[in-house]
Design a protein around this ligand. Structure first.
Ligand SMILES: Nc1ncnc2c1ncn2[C@@H]1O[C@H](COP(=O)(O)OP(=O)(O)OP(=O)(O)O)[C@@H](O)[C@H]1O
Ligand SMILES: [Mg+2]
Length: 244
């Protein structure tokens, strides 16, 4: 089953063509990782899928529905997608359990008791049960980012978009976030993520997509893309990031 279909998507900011005709499909339970230099359009692509940016041309289908149709209710589309960005934006004045359940209750109308029980269960299964009643400032960055992921999966979204979820973290905290993504993969989530962590992309991706200048240059299974890239631009990019 196809969860996401991006067809010929174009996006321009001023006179800058940031997405120049992107085609991408994700099947159910697939984990696809976007790589590419800063400015190549990874975040913009994720933002068009979450309808934070309107496409200038092309279409995006979620579960077969054209979500780029002008008549679509953006909030209802966003309610079907779980999103985690680089800067975990937990509400500082709310306890962890309330951070996790707020959107499920307000946006999805999940009853308070149901949301509370599900939140505690998820936090518990992800090693955060003891933190449920704490405020965010009592948690490490890695723990906060895991809470943001729990919040995003509270309502079993059809698709999870993860944008550089480890890039604001100290190296020693990255591992616990990556473990959680592995766990989500093993439970069958459909995930599209952007990352600069090549080792993680290799480990977790079913397919890696290399973007440059708003285009998909090459995509394939991690072994192929990392070890035997077909396009010279992919090889050049990989050589550059490996020297860092
Ligand atoms: N709202 C905006 N207005 C104008 N230009 C924008 C806007 N958002 C993004 N851009 C430009 O679009 C290009 C692509 O940005 P984008 O954030 O998608 O890149 P990225 O691949 O996610 O980079 P990074 O790896 O640094 O996160 C950049 O040149 C950026 O400056
Ligand atoms: Mg980005």
């Amino acid at each position: 089953m196809t969860v996401l279909e991006v067809r010929g998507v174009r996006k321009r900011f001023g006179d800058h063509d940031v997405l120049q005709g992107v085609d991408l499909e994700l099947d159910a339970h697939e984990v696809v990782v976007l790589i590419g230099a800063s400015g190549s359009g990874k975040s913009t692509l994720l933002r068009t899928i979450n309808l934070l940016e309107r496409v200038d041309d092309g279409q995006i289908l979620l579960g077969g529905d054209d979500i780029t149709d002008p008549g679509v209710d953006a909030d209802r589309v966003r309610a079907r997608i779980g999103v985690v960005f680089q800067h975990f934006n937990l509400f500082p004045h709310l306890r962890i359990i309330d951070n996790v359940t707020l959107a499920a209750r307000r946006v999805h109308g999940m009853p308070k008791d149901t949301a509370h029980a599900r939140g505690l269960e998820l936090l518990g299964s992800l090693g955060l049960g003891a933190k449920a009643l704490d405020y965010p400032d009592r948690l490490s960055g890695g723990q906060q980012q895991r809470v943001a992921i729990v919040r995003a999966i509270m309502t079993d979204p059809e698709l999870l978009l993860l944008d550089e979820i480890t890039s604001a973290l100290d190296p020693q905290l990255i591992g616990e976030v990556l473990d959680l993504v592995r766990q989500l993969k093993s439970t069958g989530s459909t995930i599209l993520m952007a990352t600069h962590e090549m080792s993680f992309a290799r480990e977790v991706a079913d397919r890696v997509v290399f973007m440059q200048g708003g285009r998909i240059v090459e995509s394939g299974p991690p072994e192929q893309l990392f070890d035997a890239p077909v396009e010279p631009a992919t090889a050049e990019f990989l050589a550059r990031v490996r020297h860092h």
